[in-house]
Write a protein that binds this ligand. Structure first.
Ligand code: WTA
Length: 650
């Protein structure tokens, strides 16, 4: 089959297929199947439908400039401001509607109407200007899930300063690398935040990063999250967030009209080599694609209360926690805490309390919910839910059904969405009012997305055969490039074939007769753990840095944990202390998120005859799964030994 995009909507007699619920279909944002044909017929021009969801300062005429592939430009002659699209344009119709409902870790609550949001975004934008931030200066944000994070993002967007959000759980070392790599002279962080029961000092990590960074910061802004619980001292170039807001309260800053191709933000993510890549997103194409998919795939409406549970420190939180919902003018829930505190029903309690109608989370979270038991969701009224979404890794049919049954009341659409930091927005998914769902399969590509599963030579594979997932034409949300330059952008992602340029996603996949794609996992050196991406080389290099270690291999166990296999120098006793040292190295190099769940000592790592570590095999062992023939290994005898060590540990 050569084009899953056109064949993907007709599901003939597939008994596992679940049709869109009839009552959902009648009110769905996308309900006319002709949308697929329209995109096929019109090509890139059809994406006008997405761009027309936005308010432009200067209307675009050209949809796509593809004169210099694969450096594509979307809506290149249009101008717009992302913050004005997420805030200002809603003021006429819904200034007193809630934009953000925030729930803090200690039970605190804060709500912002669109008018409140407008006021604070303007004050922060004015404050940043006052500190010297100019258009195109990159501002690094190192904040947990507090309202100041989306507000700071929008303030940056307002003045045309690209943001560079670094996940709050990453280490000082990781922050320093990202500040330097982005050439960022401004930082917004906080005194600290609550982790589990304890106040945790974020400022000292930020201070540490400033010492490590090669470049000098011009100024920093510090949010007071913990009040008296953590007193931090501020240097001359450090400003308290609240004081900055007070000083500029009531000021308005004219939103800067940006070229659609101008940088909205940079987001670092793990790639196929050790150093993280700075993925650059352009203002117009990104926002158009995100707004369109928020409407048509997640079916979010302005009168919804919507909750994307992902952390804003990653792309899902950027696209579907901030830009998508606010561009749509809906009310979005922001939650700082963990799903099991104070109890395992916290998520369901928040859904009930806020009458959340659309909920978007990851399979990792769903697996935890399943483990905790159906009694938690069942003890709450979840009848407000109209649609459920999932993203980040494959969801098993069993988890899909559990989610639909126990959270969705058995009858709502469950939309599995595939995309990446680089794609910017959802790329493969069913359209919930049109396309049947198949539990465990992502679904066909969205209209306008030219996804193909191909072999090594770029030839489409037969249904059921595994191949590489590639995107054969550009799409509006695509990265406009990498911070590291054109050469790395080309090398990381693009191949030129006979019929043009293909974007390589790095994922292995199969496709069925109906064009539904099943994701098999990464085919490169990236692992997905807890819906976050890590580069194995980066993690392994950090472990090998620990004294006494010679070699390391890291894998995900399929349950949200990292497992590290480690060999030690001769004479070094692999004991608990070394185990802690390995875990600490990962935490300080990357962050606590990368702390391994298990460190498995082994005399040798299984290798092919050419010396390549057999990570797939180690992953099977970590997952407790059957593994295939090991006779082609150079050292097959270690496999049994490793397996029994792992079995004893679990
Ligand atoms: C994986 C997250 C299976 C995939 C938005 C991809 C998925 C990587 C799915 C991107 C899904 C994402 N089913 N796998 N529905 N969604 N992935 O950049 O391997 O953090 O390449 O973006 O997550 O991760 P990233």
């Amino acid at each position: 089959m050569d084009d899953p995009g056109t064949d993907g909507r007709l599901v003939d007699g597939d008994e596992d297929a679940v049709p869109p619920p009839a009552d959902f279909r009648t009110r769905a944002a996308a309900s006319d199947p002709a949308v697929y044909e329209r995109f096929d017929r019109e090509g890139p021009e059809a994406w006008r439908a997405a761009a027309d969801l936005l308010t432009w300062d200067r209307e675009y005429e050209t949809v796509l400039d593809d004169s210099d592939p694969p450096f594509y430009e979307w809506f290149p002659d249009g101008r717009l401001n992302a913050a004005a699209n997420c805030v200002d344009r809603h003021l006429d119709e819904r200034r007193n509607q809630l934009a953000i409902r925030w729930f803090g870790k200690r039970g605190e609550r804060r709500s912002y109407t669109y008018l409140d949001l407008h006021r604070e975004v303007n004050a922060v934008a004015a404050g940043l200007r006052d500190l010297g931030v100019e258009e195109d200066d990159v501002v690094t944000l190192y904040l947990p899930m507090i309202p100041e994070l989306p507000i700071a993002m929008l303030a940056c967007a307002r003045i045309g300063a690209p943001h560079n959000v670094v996940f709050a759980g990453l280490s000082a070392e990781a922050l320093a690398t990202r500040i330097d790599a982005a050439d960022s002279e401004y930082l917004i962080t906080c005194d600290g935040y609550y982790r589990r029961e304890d106040a945790f000092n974020q400022k000292s990590k930020a201070d540490n990063a400033r010492i490590r960074a090669e470049g000098e910061l011009s100024a920093a802004v510090v949010v007071d999250r913990l009040g008296d619980e953590l007193a931090v001292s501020l240097g001359d170039d450090e400003h308290e967030y609240d004081a900055l807001v007070d000083a500029h309260d009531g000021e308005t800053v004219e939103p800067v009209a940006r070229d659609a191709t101008d940088l909205l933000f940079v987001m670092y993510t793990s790639g196929t080599t050790g150093r993280p890549k700075g993925v650059e997103h352009a203002t117009g194409g990104y926002l158009a694609h995100v707004a369109w998919t928020t409407r048509k795939v997640l079916d979010v409406r302005p009168d919804d209360t919507y909750w994307c549970a992902a952390d804003i420190g990653w792309i899902t939180g950027h696209s579907y926690g901030v830009y998508g919902p606010l561009a749509t003018g809906t009310t979005t829930v922001l939650y700082e805490g963990s799903p099991d505190y104070p109890d395992r029903d916290r998520v369901w309690d928040l859904i009930e309390r806020n009458a959340v109608s659309v909920f978007y989370t990851s399979p990792t979270a769903i697996r935890s919910f399943m483990k905790w038991g159906a009694e938690y969701p069942e003890s709450h009224d979840l009848s407000s839910i109209r649609l459920l979404g999932t993203v980040g890794e494959s969801i098993t049919p069993k988890a899909w059904r559990w989610y639909r049954e126990h959270v969705g009341g058995g009858d709502v659409p469950v939309v599995d969405t595939w995309w990446q930091t680089e794609t910017g927005a959802i790329s493969l998914a069913t359209l919930p009012g049109i396309t049947p769902m198949k539990p465990g399969k992502v679904g066909p590509p969205l209209p306008g997305i030219d996804a193909r599963v191909v072999d090594e030579d770029g030839e489409p594979v037969d249904p059921g055969e595994s191949g590489y997932l590639t995107l054969a034409s550009p799409w509006p949300g695509m990265l406009r490039g990498l911070r590291e330059g054109d050469e790395r952008y080309l090398r990381e992602y693009w191949v030129e074939g006979e019929d043009g340029w293909r974007y390589r996603t790095g994922d292995g996949a199969t496709v069925d007769e109906d064009g539904y794609v099943t994701i098999l996992g990464r085919v490169d050196d990236v692992i997905n753990v807890r819906a976050q991406r890590f580069n194995t080389g980066e993690l392994e290099a950090a472990i090998v840095d620990a004294d006494g270690v010679t070699e390391a291999a890291v894998v995900g166990d399929g349950d949200g944990h990292i497992v590290a296999y480690v060999t030690t120098k001769s004479g070094v006793e692999p004991d608990e202390a070394l185990r802690d040292a390995v875990a600490d190295r990962l935490a300080s190099a990357v962050g606590d998120v990368a702390r391994p769940d298990r460190v498995v000592f082994t005399p040798e790592l299984p290798k092919t005859r050419s010396g390549k570590i057999m990570r797939r095999l180690l992953e099977d062992i970590a997952r407790g799964e059957e593994f295939g023939d090991v006779s082609a290994l150079r050292n097959p005898e270690v496999v049994g030994e490793i397996e029994s060590t792992v079995r004893e540990m679990s």
